[in-house]
Structure formats: C-alpha cells, structure tokens
Design a protein around this ligand. Structure first.
Ligand code: NAD
Length: 489
C-alpha cells in the first residue's frame, strides 16, 4: 500500500517545502509514502482557511451539520479495510485491532452526529415577571486539534466530530509518525461533502503545533499526547486564556485481590500489558497483587506472555506488532535496563531480532516481579509491553500503591466481593475504573479521560463531549409591555 500525504488546506491538497518518509515500523524496508514536514507557514495558511470557512459553517444548522457526519459514518464503514491497513502498516497495530479501532471511531462519529439534534440549553422561569431566562451554546470559532500516533483514527475523529458538530472549523495537526491515516481521513471528509476549510489538516511536528497554540485566531485547543508536552500546551493556553482539554499519559494499575478469579485476572492483565505492544494510554503497566494469589497469578501471566508471537501486523498469526518507532523502542529498552536493576526479571527484557523481526522495532513482552511501588518502572510511563508486578498485603495497601503515582487514567480490580469492588471504585483516583475487566476499553456514549497528570479539562466522548467545543451564553428576555428595574434593586 502506498499513501503519499499532503496538507488539506481550504479544500486543496497542498505540498509543504519539505517531506518526511513514512516507513513501516515492522519492516523499515517498507516505504508507505511521503508526508509533509510542515513549518509555521502551512499552519498559518490552514488557520486562515478555517477562519474563512467559519461564517458559512456557523450558518449551517446543527441538524444539517449532523447530516454531513452521518455521510462520513457511511464512508468510514465502506473504507474500513483501507484505513485499517494504513493504520496497521504505519503504527504497527495488528490489522484486526486496527479494524477494531475504525469500528470504535464509527460508533463515536455516529453518536456525535446524533448530538447535533441534542445541543440543548436550559430554559427557566425568571425571578422577574414577564421575563424568560435561557441558555444557548455557540461555537468558539477555529479550534486547534493536536493528536498522538497510538490511536490515529480514533483520536482525531473523536475531536473533529464534536468540534464541527458544535459549529467550529478546525485545524488538525496529527502525529508525524502516522500521517497516512490522517490523510485518508481528510479524503473521506472531502467525499462526505463537508465544505472546504471546515476541516484542515497540517502534517508535521512541533512547528505547526506551536502556531496553533499561540495564534490569536485559534480559540480553543484539544490535545492528546504525553504529559510532558501536555504541560507545554496547558501553559501556552493558560497564558492566552484559551479553553484547553488535555488527555495525557498513564500508569494504569490492575488490582488482584485474594478472592479474585485468578485465571480471568491473568488473561485481562496479559491483554492489557502486551496487547497493542503496550502502546495504549489505557495499557496495564502495573499488576498490584495480594500475596496469597501472587504466585499463581504471575505464573499464568508468564504463560500467556510466552505465547505472544511478534511479527508484521498484516500477518494473521501475529499477536503483537512493533513499537511505533526506533525512538519509542529505545525508550522501552531503556526502561527494561532500569528494571533489571530494580526488580526480578521473569520474561523478556530486550529486543526481538530473530529473522524478519530484525527489520523492525520489536520489544520483547516483559514481566518484572517483586517490583517496589516507588521503583521507576512502577511509576513512570514506559509505553511498551512491560509489566511490573507489585505484591501487597491488603486492599488498603493495594489502593495506596495504585494511587501513589502522578497519573490517573484508568484502573481495574479483580474481586468477587461487591463491597470490596465498591471500596476500590470509591477510593481509586482515576478517571475510569473497571471491575473484573481489563484496564483497556471505552464506549462511544461514555465519557473518556483521566485525572491528575493524565487529564485537564472536560472529558472526551460521551453525551457532554461537544460542550468543550462551545461557549454557553445566558440570555434574559424581557417580554413584558412595561419597563422595569433589575432584580437587585
Ligand atoms: P507526544 O506528546 O510526543 O506528541 C503528541 C502530539 O504533540 C504530536 O502531534 C506532536 O507532534 C505534538 N507535539 C510535540 N511536541 C510539541 C510541542 N512542544 N508543542 C505542541 N505540540 C507538540 O505524544 P505521542 O508520543 O504522540 O503519544 C504518546 C502519548 O500520548 C503517551 O504519553 C500516551 O499515554 C498519550 N495518550 C494519552 C491518551 C489519553 O486519552 N489520555 C490517549 C492516547 C495517547
């Protein structure tokens, strides 16, 4: 498959002054295409195009905007395999997982399309006679969207859909590691007939993203990425009073209590730790296990880890793809070395280079046992298939360890006791908590996001997602014939 990418600005496909190669991380001989390495000029042009398109798009009624999104849903359905192949080849996710990501995206875009008939405010009796009080929701204007590589179909569209549903125009700056999926999304947006300039796409890295943060015509920013970059984004937006939404890193715990179904817990843990090469923001990176069941749990996760088959994501028998890039693999290998000095290595701990794997960036599925709660591998985000098992003596200690990190995206508890499950639900400081489920997963109609260093601003997805992309205006209408004073006199 070859996908050469261009910037989408004002409905035109435009080149940038320089390009970068997009190569498959499972086999770097495989050139997927070229992509623009845009600078500031391209971002300025995209913001100008989005500003120009704003007037007409605001006049398009919300249900009409929803009709465009329903058309996009149908096109996403028709083009699932093509999008999934581009995603698998450039990000390294298994083809079947990539299809799952496109399916999840479709369900959310459909939900956002329905929101276009549900963007209701409140109406109320007033304190004053002859007066109606109500609220209206109005778009911000041009919104900047900056996205990561690990869900390059889902995340751009779970921002684009509610943003344009609410009447904004947008500039998307996708991750430089995954330009092909962004390009294909742009093609489908055009095919759906969404007017020129409503959705603009500028490829590249820091330079165009920085323009979005700083430009006065970009009225709000939605960012998903690392906590480190999120801090820069929050600061830039805070200085300019721009509404900002950041979904950042994670260090998600899976707690196994001594009454748990250990087999189920081990299966969920292996899926969350090694699935998608550990490159999900919701990946399980810590298993916090009570002493009585720890040995049995570790043996079962080890057995599952040994069954992992690394390989090209388009090959059916592969169960784990590569890290997305050489840089990402280097980060994972660095933490494996740190872990060797901190804990007991039970599985993996290096790079896979047998046969064709040498052509890609494959980390080994890795398990460290008897990890201290404050070890670096147990507190810092690795973003690879590396699991730390921390053994604890009580539910209270398990919760304290789970909460003892900077992050707070998701967490899971395995127990057959409803009271203990609720104790964890109440006390675990995360945006999302699962009971007897893996740490991964989320549904279109439910809010998604984290707390602490993982999340700032309102949640994405779910029934309220569009509200981040709108300003609430309160209106009082005096319809009485007689003039009157304010209610404070
Ligand atoms: P990243 O922070 O390196 O990059 C994200 C985006 O920010 C990219 O588009 C990048 O070009 C841009 N960027 C980089 N430097 C910038 C700067 N100085 N100013 C403005 N923009 C800049 O993240 P990544 O490596 O692409 O993605 C992995 C990270 O994303 C992980 O930490 C993961 O946990 C997180 N993530 C979080 C969620 C969530 O919902 N919480 C979801 C997916 C990924």
């Amino acid at each position: 498959m070859r996908v050469d990418c261009s910037n989408l600005i004002g409905g035109e496909w435009l080149e940038a002054s320089s390009t970068i190669e997009n190569r498959c991380p499972a086999n770097t001989d495989e050139l997927i295409g070229l992509a623009p390495d845009s600078g500031e000029a391209e971002a300025h042009a995209a913001i100008a195009a989005a500003s120009e398109a704003l007037g007409e798009w605001r006049q398009t009624t919300a249900p009409q905007r929803g009709a465009y999104l329903y058309r996009l849903v149908r096109l996403l359905e028709e083009n699932t395999d093509r999008l999934a192949e581009a995603l698998a080849r450039e990000e390294g996710k298994l083809f079947r997982e990539a299809k799952g990501e496109v399916g999840k995206t479709i369900r959310y875009v459909e939900f956002a399309a329905g929101d276009c008939r549900r963007m209701t405010g409140i109406t109320s009796e007033s304190e004053l006679p002859g007066t109606l009080a109500m609220t209206l929701w109005r778009p911000h204007g041009v919104v900047g969207l900056i996205t990561p590589w690990n869900f390059p179909v889902c995340i751009p569209l779970w921002k684009i859909a509610p943003a344009i549903a609410a009447g904004n125009t947008v500039v998307l700056k996708p991750a430089p590691e995954t330009p092909a999926t962004a390009h294909l999304i742009g093609e489908l947006i055009q095919k759906a007939g969404i007017p020129k300039g409503v959705v603009n796409i500028v490829h590249g890295d820091v330079a165009p993203a920085k323009v979005l943060l700083e430009h006065p015509d970009v009225k709000a920013i939605s960012f998903t990425g690392s906590t480190e970059v999120g801090r820069i984004v929050e600061k830039a937006c805070g200085e300019r009073h721009k509404p900002v939404q950041c979904e950042l890193g994670g260090k998600n715990p899976l707690i196994v209590l001594d009454d748990a179904d250990v087999g189920k817990a081990a299966a969920a843990c292996a899926l969350g730790a090694f699935g998608s090469t550990g490159q999900r923001c919701t990946a399980t990176s810590r298993a916090i296990v009570m002493h009585d069941v720890a040995d049995a749990f570790v043996e079962q996760v080890l057995a599952l880890g040994k069954q992992v088959r690394a390989g090209h994501p388009m090959i059916e028998s592969t169960t784990m793809g590569p890290s997305v890039s050489e840089r990402q693999l280097a980060q994972v290998l660095k933490y494996m070395e740190i872990g060797k000095g901190e804990a007991e290595l039970r599985l993996g701990g290096g790079r896979s280079t047998e046969g064709d794997l040498a052509k890609g960036f494959f980390p080994e599925p890795t398990l460290f046992d008897r990890v201290q709660a404050n070890a670096r591998i147990a507190t810092e985000e690795i973003f690879g298939p590396v699991l730390s098992v921390i053994r604890v003596g009580s539910i209270e200690e398990a919760i304290a360890v789970a909460n003892g990190v900077d992050f707070g995206l998701t967490g899971s508890v395995f127990t057959q006791n409803i009271s203990r499950a609720f104790q964890v639900i109440e006390e675990l400081h995360t945006g999302m908590t699962h009971v007897n489920n893996p740490t991964i997963g989320g549904e279109a109609h439910m809010p998604f996001g984290g707390v602490k260093a993982t999340g700032v601003g309102p949640r994405e997805m779910g029934p309220e997602a569009w509200k981040f992309y709108a300003e609430e205006k309160t209106v009082y209408i005096n319809h009485a014939a007689a003039s009157r004073k304010s209610n404070i006199y």
